[in-house]
Design a binder for this molecule. Structure first.
Ligand code: HEM
Length: 218
Protein backbone atom coordinates (compact mmCIF):
# COMPACT_ATOMS: atom_id res chain seq x y z
CA UNK A 1 0.00 0.00 0.00
CA UNK A 2 1.10 3.58 -0.54
CA UNK A 3 -0.27 6.89 0.73
CA UNK A 4 -1.18 9.06 -2.25
CA UNK A 5 -2.41 12.63 -2.61
CA UNK A 6 -5.68 12.17 -4.50
CA UNK A 7 -7.89 15.22 -3.85
CA UNK A 8 -6.37 18.69 -4.07
CA UNK A 9 -7.22 21.60 -1.76
CA UNK A 10 -9.68 23.40 -4.02
CA UNK A 11 -11.32 20.14 -4.99
CA UNK A 12 -12.04 19.29 -1.35
CA UNK A 13 -13.28 22.81 -0.61
CA UNK A 14 -15.52 22.69 -3.68
CA UNK A 15 -16.84 19.20 -2.86
CA UNK A 16 -17.85 19.96 0.73
CA UNK A 17 -19.19 23.45 0.09
CA UNK A 18 -21.23 22.14 -2.85
CA UNK A 19 -22.57 19.33 -0.66
CA UNK A 20 -23.42 21.76 2.16
CA UNK A 21 -25.10 24.24 -0.18
CA UNK A 22 -27.14 21.56 -1.94
CA UNK A 23 -28.36 20.15 1.38
CA UNK A 24 -29.21 23.67 2.62
CA UNK A 25 -30.96 24.47 -0.69
CA UNK A 26 -32.95 21.24 -0.42
CA UNK A 27 -33.92 22.10 3.16
CA UNK A 28 -35.04 25.66 2.37
CA UNK A 29 -36.46 24.66 -1.05
CA UNK A 30 -38.71 21.94 0.35
CA UNK A 31 -39.93 24.40 2.99
CA UNK A 32 -40.84 26.80 0.15
CA UNK A 33 -42.50 23.81 -1.53
CA UNK A 34 -44.63 23.39 1.62
CA UNK A 35 -43.22 20.02 2.72
CA UNK A 36 -42.63 21.25 6.31
CA UNK A 37 -42.41 24.47 8.33
CA UNK A 38 -39.25 25.37 10.29
CA UNK A 39 -37.89 28.79 9.22
CA UNK A 40 -41.16 30.15 7.85
CA UNK A 41 -41.84 30.67 4.15
CA UNK A 42 -40.35 34.20 3.90
CA UNK A 43 -37.06 33.28 5.58
CA UNK A 44 -36.78 30.00 3.71
CA UNK A 45 -37.29 31.77 0.36
CA UNK A 46 -34.74 34.49 1.25
CA UNK A 47 -32.09 32.00 2.45
CA UNK A 48 -32.76 29.84 -0.60
CA UNK A 49 -32.00 32.74 -2.93
CA UNK A 50 -28.81 33.73 -1.06
CA UNK A 51 -27.53 30.13 -1.06
CA UNK A 52 -28.40 29.73 -4.74
CA UNK A 53 -26.16 32.69 -5.64
CA UNK A 54 -23.37 31.12 -3.56
CA UNK A 55 -23.83 27.84 -5.44
CA UNK A 56 -23.74 29.64 -8.80
CA UNK A 57 -20.49 31.40 -7.76
CA UNK A 58 -18.99 28.10 -6.62
CA UNK A 59 -19.94 26.40 -9.89
CA UNK A 60 -18.26 29.17 -11.90
CA UNK A 61 -15.03 28.76 -9.87
CA UNK A 62 -15.24 24.95 -10.21
CA UNK A 63 -15.65 25.12 -14.00
CA UNK A 64 -12.64 27.46 -14.17
CA UNK A 65 -10.56 25.16 -11.93
CA UNK A 66 -11.42 22.04 -13.96
CA UNK A 67 -10.47 23.80 -17.20
CA UNK A 68 -7.16 25.34 -16.09
CA UNK A 69 -5.93 22.25 -14.20
CA UNK A 70 -7.04 19.80 -16.92
CA UNK A 71 -8.92 17.83 -14.24
CA UNK A 72 -11.98 17.84 -16.52
CA UNK A 73 -10.30 14.91 -18.32
CA UNK A 74 -10.99 12.74 -15.29
CA UNK A 75 -14.65 12.75 -16.38
CA UNK A 76 -14.17 11.62 -19.98
CA UNK A 77 -16.46 8.58 -20.18
CA UNK A 78 -15.02 5.19 -21.03
CA UNK A 79 -16.49 1.71 -21.42
CA UNK A 80 -13.14 0.13 -20.48
CA UNK A 81 -13.84 -2.09 -17.43
CA UNK A 82 -17.33 -0.55 -17.08
CA UNK A 83 -19.02 -3.96 -17.03
CA UNK A 84 -16.43 -5.21 -14.49
CA UNK A 85 -17.17 -2.22 -12.28
CA UNK A 86 -20.95 -2.77 -12.40
CA UNK A 87 -20.39 -6.47 -11.64
CA UNK A 88 -18.21 -5.48 -8.68
CA UNK A 89 -20.85 -3.15 -7.18
CA UNK A 90 -23.71 -5.60 -7.69
CA UNK A 91 -21.95 -8.86 -6.73
CA UNK A 92 -18.16 -8.75 -6.30
CA UNK A 93 -17.95 -6.45 -3.29
CA UNK A 94 -20.39 -8.62 -1.33
CA UNK A 95 -18.06 -11.59 -1.91
CA UNK A 96 -14.96 -9.68 -0.83
CA UNK A 97 -13.50 -9.53 -4.35
CA UNK A 98 -10.91 -6.81 -5.10
CA UNK A 99 -11.83 -3.56 -6.90
CA UNK A 100 -11.53 -4.13 -10.67
CA UNK A 101 -9.96 -0.68 -11.22
CA UNK A 102 -7.03 0.91 -9.42
CA UNK A 103 -7.38 4.44 -8.06
CA UNK A 104 -4.62 7.07 -8.23
CA UNK A 105 -4.23 10.84 -8.33
CA UNK A 106 -4.22 10.59 -12.13
CA UNK A 107 -7.20 8.25 -12.22
CA UNK A 108 -9.51 9.17 -9.39
CA UNK A 109 -12.72 7.89 -10.87
CA UNK A 110 -13.70 4.40 -11.96
CA UNK A 111 -15.63 4.06 -15.27
CA UNK A 112 -19.03 4.02 -13.53
CA UNK A 113 -18.20 7.07 -11.43
CA UNK A 114 -17.13 8.94 -14.55
CA UNK A 115 -20.48 8.34 -16.22
CA UNK A 116 -22.51 9.16 -13.11
CA UNK A 117 -20.55 12.31 -12.20
CA UNK A 118 -20.61 13.50 -15.80
CA UNK A 119 -24.40 13.13 -15.76
CA UNK A 120 -24.45 14.99 -12.44
CA UNK A 121 -22.43 17.89 -13.89
CA UNK A 122 -24.03 18.03 -17.34
CA UNK A 123 -27.66 17.12 -16.62
CA UNK A 124 -28.68 17.19 -12.96
CA UNK A 125 -26.93 20.38 -11.82
CA UNK A 126 -27.83 22.35 -15.00
CA UNK A 127 -31.47 21.19 -14.76
CA UNK A 128 -31.78 22.39 -11.16
CA UNK A 129 -29.71 25.56 -11.48
CA UNK A 130 -31.15 26.74 -14.81
CA UNK A 131 -34.74 26.05 -13.76
CA UNK A 132 -33.93 27.86 -10.48
CA UNK A 133 -32.64 30.91 -12.37
CA UNK A 134 -35.74 30.96 -14.59
CA UNK A 135 -37.85 30.61 -11.41
CA UNK A 136 -36.00 33.51 -9.80
CA UNK A 137 -36.36 35.89 -12.73
CA UNK A 138 -39.70 34.64 -13.95
CA UNK A 139 -41.73 37.62 -12.78
CA UNK A 140 -39.25 40.25 -13.91
CA UNK A 141 -38.85 38.60 -17.29
CA UNK A 142 -42.59 38.44 -17.54
CA UNK A 143 -43.02 42.07 -16.52
CA UNK A 144 -40.41 43.48 -18.88
CA UNK A 145 -41.30 41.00 -21.58
CA UNK A 146 -37.62 40.57 -22.43
CA UNK A 147 -37.35 36.93 -23.41
CA UNK A 148 -39.62 34.07 -24.51
CA UNK A 149 -39.14 32.55 -21.04
CA UNK A 150 -42.10 34.68 -20.00
CA UNK A 151 -44.28 32.27 -21.98
CA UNK A 152 -43.33 29.31 -19.75
CA UNK A 153 -45.94 28.92 -16.98
CA UNK A 154 -44.44 29.20 -13.49
CA UNK A 155 -45.94 25.81 -12.61
CA UNK A 156 -43.84 24.17 -15.33
CA UNK A 157 -40.68 25.88 -14.07
CA UNK A 158 -41.47 24.78 -10.50
CA UNK A 159 -42.10 21.22 -11.72
CA UNK A 160 -38.66 20.90 -13.41
CA UNK A 161 -36.93 22.59 -10.47
CA UNK A 162 -38.60 20.28 -7.96
CA UNK A 163 -37.80 17.25 -10.15
CA UNK A 164 -34.13 18.34 -10.15
CA UNK A 165 -34.29 18.70 -6.36
CA UNK A 166 -35.73 15.17 -5.93
CA UNK A 167 -33.12 13.67 -8.27
CA UNK A 168 -30.34 15.50 -6.40
CA UNK A 169 -31.60 14.04 -3.12
CA UNK A 170 -31.72 10.56 -4.67
CA UNK A 171 -28.18 11.08 -5.94
CA UNK A 172 -27.07 12.15 -2.46
CA UNK A 173 -28.43 8.99 -0.81
CA UNK A 174 -26.79 6.66 -3.36
CA UNK A 175 -23.59 8.74 -3.33
CA UNK A 176 -23.23 8.55 0.47
CA UNK A 177 -23.86 4.79 0.37
CA UNK A 178 -21.26 4.34 -2.39
CA UNK A 179 -18.62 6.22 -0.39
CA UNK A 180 -18.69 3.33 2.08
CA UNK A 181 -17.58 0.82 -0.57
CA UNK A 182 -13.90 1.87 -0.53
CA UNK A 183 -10.99 0.00 1.07
CA UNK A 184 -12.67 0.61 4.45
CA UNK A 185 -16.18 2.09 5.01
CA UNK A 186 -14.70 5.52 5.82
CA UNK A 187 -11.56 5.60 3.63
CA UNK A 188 -13.20 7.53 0.78
CA UNK A 189 -14.65 10.17 3.11
CA UNK A 190 -11.31 10.53 4.93
CA UNK A 191 -9.61 11.03 1.55
CA UNK A 192 -12.05 13.82 0.66
CA UNK A 193 -11.23 15.49 4.01
CA UNK A 194 -7.43 15.09 4.13
CA UNK A 195 -6.70 14.70 0.41
CA UNK A 196 -4.67 11.52 1.07
CA UNK A 197 -5.69 7.92 0.59
CA UNK A 198 -4.03 4.53 1.14
CA UNK A 199 -3.93 2.92 -2.29
CA UNK A 200 -2.60 -0.33 -3.67
CA UNK A 201 0.79 -0.18 -5.37
CA UNK A 202 0.30 0.08 -9.12
CA UNK A 203 2.26 -3.03 -10.14
CA UNK A 204 0.40 -4.53 -13.03
CA UNK A 205 -1.35 -1.51 -14.48
CA UNK A 206 0.96 0.67 -16.56
CA UNK A 207 0.35 4.45 -16.66
CA UNK A 208 -0.14 4.23 -20.44
CA UNK A 209 -3.53 2.63 -19.95
CA UNK A 210 -4.69 5.62 -17.96
CA UNK A 211 -3.55 7.91 -20.77
CA UNK A 212 -5.46 5.86 -23.35
CA UNK A 213 -8.55 6.35 -21.19
CA UNK A 214 -8.17 10.11 -21.46
CA UNK A 215 -6.50 10.75 -18.12
CA UNK A 216 -4.80 13.89 -16.91
CA UNK A 217 -1.30 13.76 -18.38
CA UNK A 218 0.84 15.44 -15.72
C1 HEM B 1 -28.50 27.97 -8.31
C2 HEM B 1 -29.37 27.13 -7.87
C3 HEM B 1 -30.81 27.43 -7.51
C4 HEM B 1 -31.59 28.52 -7.78
C5 HEM B 1 -31.23 29.76 -8.58
C6 HEM B 1 -32.88 28.28 -7.16
C7 HEM B 1 -33.95 29.15 -7.17
C8 HEM B 1 -35.19 28.90 -6.63
C9 HEM B 1 -36.30 29.82 -6.59
C10 HEM B 1 -36.26 31.24 -7.14
C11 HEM B 1 -37.33 29.20 -5.99
C12 HEM B 1 -38.73 29.78 -5.69
C13 HEM B 1 -38.78 30.25 -4.29
C14 HEM B 1 -38.36 31.67 -4.23
O1 HEM B 1 -39.06 32.51 -4.84
O2 HEM B 1 -37.36 31.97 -3.57
C15 HEM B 1 -36.90 27.87 -5.66
C16 HEM B 1 -37.70 26.90 -5.07
C17 HEM B 1 -37.30 25.64 -4.78
N1 HEM B 1 -36.01 25.16 -4.86
FE1 HEM B 1 -34.44 26.11 -5.68
N2 HEM B 1 -32.84 27.06 -6.53
C18 HEM B 1 -31.60 26.52 -6.73
C19 HEM B 1 -31.12 25.31 -6.25
C20 HEM B 1 -31.89 24.37 -5.62
C21 HEM B 1 -31.43 23.10 -5.15
C22 HEM B 1 -29.98 22.63 -5.27
C23 HEM B 1 -32.49 22.47 -4.60
C24 HEM B 1 -32.57 21.12 -3.95
C25 HEM B 1 -31.66 20.22 -3.95
C26 HEM B 1 -33.64 23.33 -4.73
C27 HEM B 1 -34.92 23.02 -4.33
C28 HEM B 1 -36.01 23.84 -4.46
C29 HEM B 1 -37.37 23.44 -4.14
C30 HEM B 1 -37.82 22.07 -3.68
C31 HEM B 1 -38.16 24.56 -4.36
C32 HEM B 1 -39.68 24.67 -4.19
C33 HEM B 1 -40.31 24.50 -5.58
C34 HEM B 1 -41.81 24.74 -5.55
O3 HEM B 1 -42.50 23.90 -5.03
O4 HEM B 1 -42.23 25.77 -6.05
N3 HEM B 1 -33.24 24.49 -5.35
N4 HEM B 1 -35.60 27.72 -6.04
Amino acid sequence: MKREYVYKGFERFWHWSQAGLIIFLAFTGFEVHGSFRVLGFEHAARFHRVASWMLIGLIIFAIFWHLVTGEWRQYIPTTHKLADQIRFYTRGMFRGEPHPTKKSGLQKLNPLQRLVYLGFKLVLIPLTVLSGIVYMFHKSLDKNDIVVISDIPLGTVAFWHTLGAFLLMAFLVVHVYMTTTGRTPTSNIEAMITGYEELEEDEDEPVDEAKVDGQVDR
